[in-house]
Design a protein around this ligand. Structure first.
Ligand code: ZN
Length: 237
């Protein structure tokens, strides 16, 4: 039974839920983030804050939570001109994909994760990819993940398992997952410290957290939160 995991952790809502999911399930959990010239280093700061808060508020998880790794993938900025790495507007390309899209980004992320996991002796790779909300991203799909798992295992002669706890959840269900795993404390950490906004806005606070409120990531997060809260109130009443 494999019990050690590496969580791809960006400090966003999704990967925060994934981190809690892994801490709830595995004996040892390490985290991996990528610095690829995001316009806003707030993301990297937020991921540190989320980790610190989880350590502080969940002593049972603190014991399992091992090293945090940060890999410099600045070369991604060289090969993809997109809204996350340059100052261009967020708009949709002709293909229907947002131009925040970095082609095949998750293939690269998971391959680097597997390389690190190999050296750290971690058997499970946990990623927050999801088909439900971002069906336009082909590198987030379940089929892609299955094929990649096979390729990694053949190419490294390992038996890695890629786990995607959010694959079939919508954003409201991701809020629910955080609530189920870590109750109010984890909801608070998600609202206060996790970051999703494409524009890196941390000055405006909404009931779902910080952000500009209008970029696609903020809209999705806000809508999911609203639905989640309605469900909560429905259950309470
Ligand atoms: Zn935003």
């Amino acid at each position: 039974m494999v019990s050690n995991a590496l969580v791809l952790f960006s400090g966003g809502q999704d990967s925060t839920a994934c981190l809690a999911w892994a801490l709830n399930r595995f004996n040892r959990v390490e985290t991996l983030g990528f610095d690829y010239g995001q316009r806003h280093h707030v993301e990297l700061e937020c991921r540190q804050n989320v980790i610190a808060q989880i350590r502080q508020q969940f002593p049972q998880w603190d014991k399992k939570l091992g090293q945090d790794h940060l890999l410099d993938l600045g070369l991604l900025g060289q090969i993809s001109d997109c809204a996350l790495t340059s100052e261009t507007e967020i708009q949709f390309a002709q293909s229907g994909l947002p131009n925040t899209f970095v082609p095949g980004r998750n293939l690269l992320f998971l391959t680097f994760a597997a390389t690190l996991a190999y050296r750290r002796n971690l058997g499970v790779l946990v990623t927050g990819v999801c088909e439900t909300d971002y069906s336009g991203y082909p590198d987030c799909r379940s089929n892609t993940m299955q094929a990649l798992q096979l390729a990694l295992n053949l190419g490294m002669e390992q038996q890695f398992r890629i786990e995607t706890p959010l694959m079939w959840l919508d954003k409201a269900q991701t809020w629910q997952l955080a609530s189920d795993l870590g109750g109010l404390a984890l909801l608070d950490i998600t609202r206060e410290d996790s970051h999703t906004c494409y524009l890196g806005e941390r000055n405006r606070r909404f009931d779902w957290g910080y952000g500009c409120g209008t970029c696609p990531a903020c809209e999705l997060r806000a809508k999911g939160y609203e639905t989640f809260m309605e469900t909560q109130q429905g259950e309470a009443g």
